[in-house]
Design a protein around this ligand. Structure first.
Ligand code: FAD
Ligand code: NAP
Length: 395
């Protein structure tokens, strides 16, 4: 039996483990981490590699170590200050990865991840008591407390993509989750339609352009340029004070959506895309959506809502993920066993991010009604870890 089981071994879970072990080293024996990969940060590293992301979007104090200066100190000690980009010190992907490896080893967490997926959760009948978890390897675990840090929800697919019959090769239509740029050696003269307006769409476009493709980037609104997902005022009291004082969860939900305002790309990627546009290899279609797409033996014939047609070889959907209780199997089970208020499918959690009436905490995007617009980011992980840690230590 474990006192605390953390489901998922991404950056949010690592942030919580480090903070807890810093405050209460003896918790090491009472802690279990479960992730199908059996190692830390697998999905994080995969997504950085798949889209060939050169540096993070978040500033240098955002990382899993409890000391916000730790990444800067690491870069300094390793004489890698130049791998902190621009005025916010955005860490290069390699530097961030090396730093995280050092953090994992500093907290002796190398061997700590059990390679399995948690498939079912059973809450005790009433109030407190042991919870039971069923794992993909057939084993069960009991735990007094449980943290769900399983990352983004399910891929968001436009409705027209659902209407396509499957007579095309799989690589002709892919969500960004399935694209691995490094294995696409050449896309010379291939016509690629990328749907989206977030940073993933920009990185995919740049990756395709580097491989010789002709890219159509289709955004349903104007392509927005912002350094961060949300204004930096959301990373401190400037906006969060009023947000936390807001008693109405519907209003908080609206504030989170407005603060992120859909997808956006950074000014640096925007400049690179503009250059490709000038060179003629990229065409940007704003305020435009796909109306329908038909596979014609060797290519797509696409009809857009603005009336024009496109002939392309591949369609890539960089349309993000659906976040919601209904999108996460474990949260669906919790909602069945202990129903709570939802706002547009987001859970109304307690201030310590616990699922009301249980000892299950939720980290990541679905803690946004408590943490704010940066809940799914590294910053959100730090905030969530502090709240959960206080609850764990108090018990
Ligand atoms: C391409 C990309 C780049 C990003 N860059 C940044 C950035 O620069 N800065 C920033 O702040 N944010 C960034 N984000 C947003 C966010 O920080 C990351 O998505 C981050 O990985 C979220 O961390 P996480 O721990 O919540 O989830 P994840 O990294 O997704 O980790 C969740 C883990 O849970 C595991 N899991 C899922 N279900 C189960 C289960 N049932 N049982 C056991 N384990 C399970 C998964 O295998 C996974 O390993 C980026 C997102 C993307 C997509
Ligand atoms: N470190 C990095 O360099 C890096 C790289 C990639 C991603 N990221 C981060 O990862 C997170 C996810 O980014 P993301 O780009 O994958 O997702 P995202 O930010 O959620 O953007 C998804 C985009 O898809 C569009 N979209 C969704 N459904 C659509 C539909 N049915 N039809 C047309 N367009 C649709 C959205 O349009 P609207 O804007 O109109 O809603 C949005 O522009 C963000 O926090 C981002 O900053 C970071």
């Amino acid at each position: 039996m474990a006192d605390l089981v953390i489901v998922g071994a991404g950056p949010q879970a690592l942030t919580l483990c480090c903070l807890l072990l810093q405050k209460r080293p003896r918790w090491r024996r009472r802690l279990r981490i479960v992730d199908p990969s059996g190692t830390w940060l697998t999905r994080w590293q995969q997504q950085m590699e798949c889209y060939e992301i050169p540096w993070l979007r978040s500033p240098s104090p955002h990382h899993p170590h409890p000391n916000p200066h730790a990444l800067r100190n690491f870069a300094h000690l390793q004489q890698r200050n130049r791998q902190l980009e621009g005025p916010y010190g955005l860490p290069h992907t390699g530097l961030f990865g090396d730093f995280c490896r050092q953090v994992i080893s500093e907290y002796q967490l190398n061997e700590g991840v059990l390679a399995a997926s948690v498939e079912r959760i059973r809450l005790p009948q009433v109030g407190s008591g042991q919870m039971q978890l069923a794992l993909s390897d057939g084993s069960t675990m009991t735990a007094g407390r449980f943290v769900i840090a399983t990352g983004s929800g399910t891929p968001q697919l436009p409705f027209w993509a659902g209407a396509i019959s499957g007579n095309h090769p799989p690589e002709a239509l892919q969500h960004s989750d399935r694209i691995h740029l490094p294995s696409l050696h050449s896309l010379q003269s291939q016509r690629i339609l990328i749907v989206g307006g977030g940073l993933t769409s920009a990185h995919l476009a740049l990756g395709a352009l580097r491989r010789g493709a002709l890219v159509h980037l289709l955004c349903r609104r104007t392509l927005k340029h912002k350094s961060f997902d949300a204004d930096p005022g959301w990373l401190g009291p400037k906006y969060l004070k009023a947000f936390h004082a807001e008693p109405c969860m519907q209003r908080r939900h609206r504030q989170v959506l407005e603060a992120r305002d859909g997808g956006s790309i950074t000014p640096e990627t925007a400049a690179q895309l503009r250059q490709a546009q000038r060179g003629g290899a990229l065409q940007l279609h704003e305020h435009c959506e796909v109306h329908s797409a038909r596979w014609c033996a060797s290519h797509w014939s696409v009809r857009c809502t603005d009336g024009h047609g496109l002939e392309v070889d591949r369609i890539w959907l960089a349309t993000g993920h659906r976040q919601g209780v209904s999108q996460q199997p474990l949260l669906r089970q919790l909602q069945q066993q202990r129903p709570i208020d939802l706002v547009n499918d987001w859970p109304v959690l307690a201030a310590d991010l616990s699922w009301p009436g249980s000892a299950v905490h939720v980290m990541g995007g679905l803690s946004a009604l408590q943490i704010g617009p940066a809940a799914r980011n590294l910053f959100g992980g730090r905030e969530a870890a502090q709240r959960i840690c206080r609850a764990v230590i108090k018990q």
